[in-house]
Design a protein around this ligand. Structure first.
Ligand code: ADP
Ligand code: MG
Length: 697
């Protein structure tokens, strides 16, 4: 394969072993091109390079062992299993297989050598290894693997072996990452030990057995460095030309905003008033707005966005509201419809799951100007979407969309067909709930104006947070009766335990089963990543409307869902989540007027940082303070083991771990733009997310 020319967007189906079904599974991991596989790094490595003698085996650890088969027996009991007794020179070990077929039963014979990789547990018959991966040999013991074995995040039906093979296939091709190296001398601190990004990428997939965690960190830094450069290049290019193009002036003509305000049923907080004023004032000018609206979860950004959309509508212009998930799109659609219908402003929904007829109608309304506020997901990027006279783009939960995407959206919208002149461009408002330490915000969003909502609505009581060991789970479950008895609702969140979404979902399924059994009077719903979008929406709808008391979920509930009646969130294995993610999850409650609680269940033993993180969560609900603590608590190497989640700003770079690279990258990107403009486009293209091109409306 060594001579296959790889280009950044090689279709996955061009790879061996990728048909439509694998392609769909990869899409769930946000892998759409071969490049995405290159950048899909292992989140940990298994050491299968040495066999552990039986007398040196450690409980609860994954190990490679090699031994000779002494005997095989099949146990009946409540669960059938195959028990294989092994011996090496130092002792004995039992291997237990729960899932086995007759072929395996007859293939394994006494006297054979068996190499197994798996975790050692206390089982029915003392110490045993339960369904390991294994290799058999008739003669000499099989050789251990010479390299560390990568473990990738995966999804149901996609085995580690399969995803490993796919990554290897791409790694073996001839590929190059457009890099700054050729253009500007490249010496970030640790990352400097790698001259080429491609070397760092290779190392991250296949580190040599003796690699230090520092070297792995440097490799990650190298990749992050390039990604930051791409980000700054894209941001700078977004600014270039801004001076030449103007945006429509959106003065207050009909006072529709005042009407909306008078019907809301609540008063705006001072912070909401301040930022609304900032935004509306800027919309009156023909200077294109490029503004970040930052505000903690629950701080009430949506209504501020609505005021902006109303302003565009009363000037007879369209607004596009772009959101990262269909659940959120539907929720905003309902909210906006409720707010804007009395003002005679039409709201239209466009998501990937709309039926043919609805989609056609939506597209027609959008292109004819009949639709005034258009709310949608990635589906808005489709070429079939033609705006009539778009004057405002609002992006909610900004973290899911790269700058590049907003850029492409804006360019596309430059060609509105209606009353807008060709040379105008829409104003842009970008909303984010990801609290970022202020210093980083200034760097990351240099070139954008920033509005901050630093206050929660006054009717909110601060969420009370408790940290409880999971051996008191029964007590916690019991207490749900009290909460739901008062008419409140509960989120029960299961976090990732293993590398695959499958096991994650299984954990949620068994949690739901347990809660259903223990709480016969309550209605328990379940939602996780393996549900179809329709099913997810359906369950969310039931929870929102109060038909369910408890919603058991994996972290899919994380983004922006608003159910004010939910007053308790229980997070299992909270020690596995990063602070930012915990904070986002906790923000699902405390949205109504009732006192809300958050219970963080942990399983022992806690690591030192794990303990610190939970302590911070108990001490404060201030997102910005939590972000600062997050920055402090990150140490080198901490990235490994904490799951990278979908709500990251970057693919590889982590603003907390790699904050020290940012300044350097910003300066370097300026040099690049002035000295080597050609490579800049290539760099941006390589790092940009191409999801929209692969999502069908
Ligand atoms: P976020 O900033 O996380 O997007 P939302 O806009 O979803 O927050 O607002 C959360 C909830 O608070 C919504 O139910 C919203 O209607 C309500 N809300 C917003 N502003 C206020 C306010 N000033 N007073 C009371 N409730 C408010
Ligand atoms: Mg929101």
């Amino acid at each position: 394969m060594g001579n296959v020319q790889y280009n950044g967007s090689l279709e996955l189906t061009a790879l061996r072993g990728v048909g439509p079904s694998t392609k769909a599974k990869l899409a769930r991991l946000n892998i759409f091109t071969s490049k995405d596989l290159l950048l899909h790094f292992p989140f940990r490595y298994q050491d299968r390079t040495r066999s552990t003698p039986f007398n040196a085996i450690q409980i609860n650890q994954e190990q490679l062992v090699t031994g000779e088969v002494l005997s095989i027996s099949q146990s009946s009991g409540y669960r059938k299993s195959l028990l294989i007794a092994l011996t090496d020179k130092t002792g004995f070990l039992n291997i237990r297989l729960f899932h086995f077929n007759p072929f395996q039963r007859h293939q394994i014979k006494a006297g054979m050598h068996m190499r197994c990789f798996g975790a050692i547990r206390y089982g029915h018959s003392g110490i045993e290894m339960v369904h390991p991966e294994y290799v058999l040999s008739e003669t000499a013991p099989p050789e251990p693997s010479p390299e560390l074995t990568p473990v990738y995040h995966s999804t149901e039906g996609l085995s580690q072996n399969k995803i490993r093979a796919l990554c290897n296939q791409v790694l073996d091709m001839k590929w190059e990452v457009p890099s700054t190296k050729t253009a500007v001398p490249d010496t970030p601190k640790g990352a400097g030990m790698f001259t080429k990004v491609s070397d760092a990428i290779h190392i991250l997939h296949h580190p040599p057995p003796d690699i230090s965690s520092t070297t792995l960190d440097y490799a990650r830094e190298k990749v992050a460095y390039e990604e930051f450069i791409a980000h700054f290049l894209a941001s700078k290019l977004a600014k270039v030309g801004a001076g030449q193009q103007l945006s429509p002036k959106l003065p207050s003509t009909l006072q529709l905003g005042k009407q909306l305000l008078s019907r809301l049923g609540f008063d705006l907080t001072n912070a909401q008033k301040r930022v609304s004023k900032e935004i509306l004032l800027e919309l009156e000018s023909d200077q294109p707005m490029l503004r970040l609206l930052q505000g903690d979860v629950g701080s009430g950004k949506t209504i501020v966005a609505a005021f902006a959309a109303v302003r565009a509508a009363e000037n007879k212009y369209q607004t596009a509201l772009l959101v990262p998930t269909e659940i959120l799109a539907e929720q905003h659609f309902l909210t906006f419809s409720r707010w804007l219908a009395p003002l005679d402003i039409s709201v239209t929904l466009l998501t990937g799951k709309l039926g043919k007829v609805k989609k056609r109608n939506a597209l027609k309304a959008i292109s004819s100007g009949g639709a005034q506020v258009i709310i949608g997901t990635h589906a808005l990027f489709q070429s079939s979407v033609k705006f009539y006279d778009l004057a405002l783009i609002i992006v909610d939960e900004q973290h899911r969309f790269g700058v590049e995407q907003r850029l492409s959206l804006r360019n596309k919208f430059n060609h509105s067909s209606g009353t807008i002149e060709q040379a105008t461009r829409p104003h842009q408002l970008v909303m984010t709930a990801t609290p970022i330490p202020r210093t980083l915000t200034m760097t990351l969003y240099a070139g954008m104006d920033i509005s901050i909502i630093d206050e929660l609505p006054s009717n909110r009581l601060p969420i009370e947070t408790r940290v409880i060991s999971d051996n008191r789970k029964a007590e916690v479950i019991n207490s749900l009766n009290t909460i739901c008895g008062k008419g409140n609702q509960v989120y029960w969140v299961c976090t990732l335990i293993e590398e695959s979404e499958q096991i994650d979902s299984t954990a949620a399924e068994s949690a739901a089963a347990e809660l259903t059994k223990c709480l016969p009077d309550l209605k328990v719903g379940l939602i996780h990543g393996r549900f179809s979008t329709a099913d997810k929406n359906n369950i969310m709808q039931q929870f929102t409307s109060g038909q369910l008391d408890i919603l058991v979920a994996t972290t899919v509930v994380e983004v922006g869902v608003d159910v004010p009646n939910a007053a308790l969130i229980v997070i299992e294995n909270a020690e596995r989540l990063g602070l930012t993610q915990l904070h986002q999850l906790r923000g699902r409650v405390g949205r109504g007027t009732d006192q809300s609680h958050c219970i963080l269940l942990y399983s022992s033993p806690l690591s030192i940082t794990g303990k610190e993180r939970l302590k911070v969560m108990r001490a404060t609900t201030d997102g910005f303070r939590i972000a600062e603590e997050d920055l402090k608590l990150r140490g080198p190497g901490d990235l490994l083991g904490t799951r990278q989640t979908g709500e990251q700003l970057f693919r590889v770079a982590n603003i907390f771990d790699h904050a020290h690279l940012m300044q350097d990258c910003m300066i370097k990107s300026e040099h690049l733009l002035s000295l080597h403009p050609l490579i800049c486009k290539e760099i941006i293209n390589f790092w940009s997310d191409q999801k929209q091109e692969y999502t069908d409306v």
